[in-house]
Design a protein around this ligand. Structure first.
Ligand SMILES: [Zn+2]
Length: 541
């Protein structure tokens, strides 16, 4: 059956227009006015409503086995929660354990997800160990058969997922070579591991130890390092869960220098701050444990939204990875054993609307950009996803900007029993969610079966990500200076009178090489200046 959405305002990331939308066979057929309507078309009235591209959450961990537990939002519960909140696609992470290979882990995740997903999904692959086989498998994973175009590296979680700088750099070079986007969890894992032990020895065992062991400077330092290394590998970089001002500043500084770096704040970081870790109720404090932690600076959430508004940060995600209160109690006597993770996939759209559009910081088009279309562009599925136009997948939300709701674990669709946004009133309510042409959420009811969602393979060498990088590669060719070394042979000191140096300097070949040299010199100098500047900024924080 076809579907017609009438009288609403269609919002894309670059324009808004009053138009009707006709959907047939899961695809958008028409956007406009006065086109012929097929028989048996269901009509949805969207008067006073916006019609938005379905949300894309580029960072989730459904049913992730982590810290001895398994995240309780599996691919069924988690993607239902997504749809109830107006998100029609997720990008989840395959995370191989240190003794497994990327290909093995890929099959495992597909087998978990395919029968359960209720919305569409793509996968990103974490690289948790480094060797030639991993490099080979990365290449294989970017072929159409596997459909992966991004790889994530952890600079934290020492002895679990963390890679060393040398391994990270090899990984970045491989990403650049195969046209894949590198993503990074940026915190200094070595220092955190030491701080954790120090705090435990001092008797700080509660969730407040989590934030004290992971100082914001350690996120800022690792973010700056990751950007620097990515620049050295000429590889585009995507920094996941930007939680602090220092990390955001490092990204902005590199973007201003022309680096291809994307920064992703998450719903938790846009609406909550780190004061929760000091709550006297252990379960409450533990519920907010995620890494990097929420910022202890209460102004950080607003700053992150400001940076999203001016595109110094680029898109929003959730890092949805939920554990029940009883699972969190694994760390009752030791904060390092509290499973890390919070909810977000259901409430992200409303939280971003509230803090962005309702707060007067962004318009509905920017809202579409940071909740949907930028993710579609970065992961190379635009305009199939993230846009309302003929030919695109019919993933849409009928959004009521004037309605409000109060977020609560009593009414959410997550499998967890705590909601970090509990009690928050949000403007902007997804009234109807349509996923590939099917009305899956309406009147507060979900109507979707396990497995309705599909895996969306994504291709490497995305122009949105690699366009500038490819051009830059030409200017980064190594430079060799031709010199006449005959006179230096056999360690002989050339007689002063016989010096040929001045004549060889006038050699026209050499001049050409030397003048080619200049752009490279400047490049190096600007990177050096940048590192100094960023370091100074970090110190003055
Ligand atoms: Zn994550």
């Amino acid at each position: 059956m076809s579907l017609l959405i009438q009288n609403g305002i269609v919002v894309n990331d670059d324009f808004m227009v009053k138009a009707d939308v006709l959907i047939e066979n899961g695809t958008i057929r028409e956007v406009g006015k006065d086109f012929p309507i097929p028989e048996n078309t269901r009509v949805i009235d969207a008067t006073n409503r916006l019609i938005l591209p379905g949300g894309i959450d580029p960072h989730t961990h459904m049913q992730l086995p982590f810290m001895g537990q398994v995240a309780v939002d599996d691919f069924y519960a988690g993607t239902r929660a997504a749809l109830a909140g107006g998100t029609t696609m997720i990008v989840d992470f395959v995370i191989p354990s240190k003794d497994s290979t990327p290909l093995e882990a890929y099959s495992l995740w597909r087998n978990w997800a395919d029968p359960k997903v209720c919305c569409d999904y793509a996968l990103s692959m974490a690289i948790t160990t480094w060797n030639d086989k991993v490099a080979e498998e990365m290449q294989l994973l970017t072929t159409p058969e596997y459909g992966i175009n991004s790889f994530k590296f952890f600079l934290a979680y020492k002895n679990v997922f963390m890679v060393r700088d040398g391994e990270f750099f090899q990984g970045l070079k491989q990403c650049a070579k195969i046209g894949a986007l590198a993503r990074v969890h940026a915190e200094n894992g070595d220092v955190i591991a030491e701080k954790q032990q120090e705090l435990l020895q001092l008797g700080v065992t509660g969730p407040e130890g989590h934030t004290q062991s992971r100082q914001e400077e350690l996120e800022a330092e690792a973010t700056n390092r990751a950007c620097t290394l990515a620049g050295q590998a000429n590889c585009p970089l995507y920094v996941v869960h930007v939680m602090s001002k220092g990390a955001a500043k490092a990204i902005a500084a590199h973007r201003q220098k022309g680096y291809v770096v994307f920064g992703e704040p998450i719903a938790a970081g846009l609406a909550c701050d780190g004061r929760h870790y000091y709550n006297e109720d252990w379960s409450h404090a533990a519920a907010y444990v995620l890494s990097p932690p929420l910022s202890r600076d209460p102004n950080t959430p607003e700053t992150l939204m400001d940076l999203l508004s001016c595109n110094q940060l680029n898109l929003t995600a959730t890092d949805n990875c939920t554990f029940t209160c009883s699972q969190k109690r694994m760390g009752l006597n030791d904060f390092t054993k509290i499973p890390n993770g919070v909810n977000g996939v259901e409430d992200r759209m409303s939280v971003v609307w509230e803090k962005g559009v309702h707060a007067g910081k962004i318009d509905p088009m920017r809202f579409v950009a940071i909740t949907s279309s930028t993710a579609a562009r970065i992961f190379n599925m635009y305009p199939r996803k993230g846009r309302i136009q003929p030919g695109s997948d019919a993933d849409l939300v009928v959004w009521n900007p004037n309605a409000t709701r109060v977020i609560s674990s009593k009414t959410h669709h997550h499998a967890c029993d705590f909601n970090i946004f509990e009690g928050m009133e949000v403007h902007g309510v997804p009234e109807i969610t349509i996923c590939r042409g099917k009305v899956v959420w309406e009147n507060g009811e979900l109507n979707v079966d396990a497995g309705w969602g599909r895996f969306i393979p994504v291709a490497p060498n995305c122009d949105y990500v690699f366009g500038a990088v490819k051009a830059r590669q030409k200017h980064l060719q190594p430079i060799s200076v031709k010199r006449n070394l005959t006179s230096l042979d056999n360690n002989l000191i050339p007689p002063q009178s016989e010096s040929t140096n001045s004549s060889s300097l006038e050699n026209s070949d050499l001049e050409a090489v030397v003048s080619d040299n200049k752009p490279g010199d400047q490049e190096e100098q600007s990177i050096e200046t940048l590192i100094k500047e960023v370091a100074e900024n970090l110190i003055s924080e």
